[in-house]
Design a protein around this ligand. Structure first.
Ligand SMILES: Cc1cc2nc3c(=O)[nH]c(=O)nc-3n(C[C@H](O)[C@H](O)[C@H](O)COP(=O)(O)OP(=O)(O)OC[C@H]3O[C@@H](n4cnc5c(N)ncnc54)[C@H](O)[C@@H]3O)c2cc1C
Length: 240
C-alpha cells in the first residue's frame, strides 16, 4: 500500500512527531511504501491566494475554487501545491497526523487541505462522497489531544469525539471520495506518565498494523439523493 503521511507539529521531539516516525517505520516494516509531508519542516505555505495560480480563468475577481479547476487542468498550479497533489494522487492511503488545535487540525494543515484538495480533481460538479475525485483511496486521522477520553464520551463535558471529527472525516476526507478508516487518538499525552505514553505508542503500532484491513466508516452515498441533493429515502439511510 502506498501511504502518504501528512504531518503537522511545530516541535520535532513532540509525541506527535514520534507518532509520525513510528508510523513510517511500522508501515515500511509491514512492506508498504511511505512518503511523508512534514508541513512545518517544509515551511508549507498554508494561505490560499491568487499567487497559487500561474494562469487565471478570470483575472479581475478571484473565485478560488474556479481557479483551482482552471489551473489544475492547465497545469499551472503553484509548484508546492502540484508537488503535494502528486504525492496525494500516488497514495492509496492518506494519514493526517497532528495535535488537535481548537478541536481541529493546526492552521498549517488546514491550509494544506484548502490548497491541495483542489476543485476539479478532488471534488466538484456533483462529484463528492462516493462519487468524489479521490474515490478508491483510504484515509485516516491520527492525532494527539490534550483532553482525556471521558471528556469526549456522549455525556462528557465536550460531547462525543465524533462531533469534533466530523468536519474532517465527513466534511473533508469522505467528501472528496476517500474511504475513512477509524481514527487513532493519543489521549492526554502531555499529562500522563512515560509508561502510559509508551503503552499508547504500542497501541498506535497495533492500529497501524491493522489499518489496511480496517472497515471504513459509513458516510452518505450520492445514490440516496436526487440531483438537488434532497434525500430519496429516509434520513436514517445516510447517517454517518
Ligand atoms: C493552539 C492549541 C489548541 C489546542 N486545542 C485543543 C483542543 O481543542 N482540545 C484539546 O483537548 N487539546 C487542545 N490542545 C492541546 C493539544 O492537543 C495537546 O497539547 C497536544 O495534542 C499534545 O501532543 P504533543 O505531541 O504536542 O505532546 P508533547 O507535549 O510534545 O509530548 C508529551 C510528552 O511526550 C514525550 N514524548 C515524545 N516522544 C515520545 C515517545 N516516543 N514516547 C514517550 N514519550 C514521548 C515528550 O517529550 C513530552 O514530554 C491545544 C493546544 C494548542 C497549542
Amino acid at each position: 500500500m502506498k501511504t502518504l503521511i501528512v504531518h503537522a507539529h511545530p516541535e520535532r521531539q513532540s509525541f506527535c512527531a514520534s507518532m509520525k516516525r513510528v508510523a513510517a517505520e511500522t508501515l515500511r516494516r509491514e512492506g508498504h511504501e511511505v512518503v511523508v509531508s512534514d508541513l512545518y519542516a517544509q515551511q508549507f505555505n498554508p494561505v490560499a491566494t491568487a499567487a497559487d495560480f500561474g494562469s487565471r480563468a478570470r483575472a479581475d475577481y478571484l473565485v478560488y475554487a474556479m481557479e483551482q479547476r482552471h489551473a489544475s487542468a492547465a497545469g499551472t498550479l503553484a509548484p508546492d501545491i502540484a508537488a503535494e497533489l502528486e504525492k496525494l494522487q500516488w497514495a492509496d492511503l492518506l494519514i493526517l497526523n497532528f495535535p488537535v488545535f481548537w478541536t481541529s487540525v493546526p492552521a498549517i494543515m488546514k491550509g494544506w487541505i484548502d490548497r491541495v484538495l483542489v476543485s476539479g480533481l478532488c471534488y466538484g460538479g456533483l462529484r463528492f462522497y462516493d462519487r468524489g475525485g479521490l474515490k478508491g483511496k483510504r484515509a485516516a486521522l491520527s492525532f494527539t489531544i490534550g483532553g482525556q477520553r471521558h471528556m469526549f464520551e456522549p455525556d462528557g463535558i465536550h460531547g462525543p469525539l465524533e462531533t469534533y471529527l466530523q468536519p474532517l472525516e465527513r466534511g473533508t476526507l469522505a467528501y472528496v471520495g476517500m474511504s475513512v478508516l477509524p481514527a487513532f487518538t493519543a489521549w492526554h499525552v502531555p499529562y500522563v506518565s512515560d509508561d502510559e505514553r509508551h503503552a499508547t505508542m504500542d497501541e498506535y503500532r497495533d492500529w497501524l498494523r491493522q489499518l489496511p484491513a480496517a472497515t471504513p466508516k459509513r458516510f452518505p452515498s450520492m445514490d440516496d439523493f436526487d440531483r438537488k441533493l434532497r434525500p430519496l429515502r429516509s434520513a436514517g439511510a445516510v447517517e454517518a
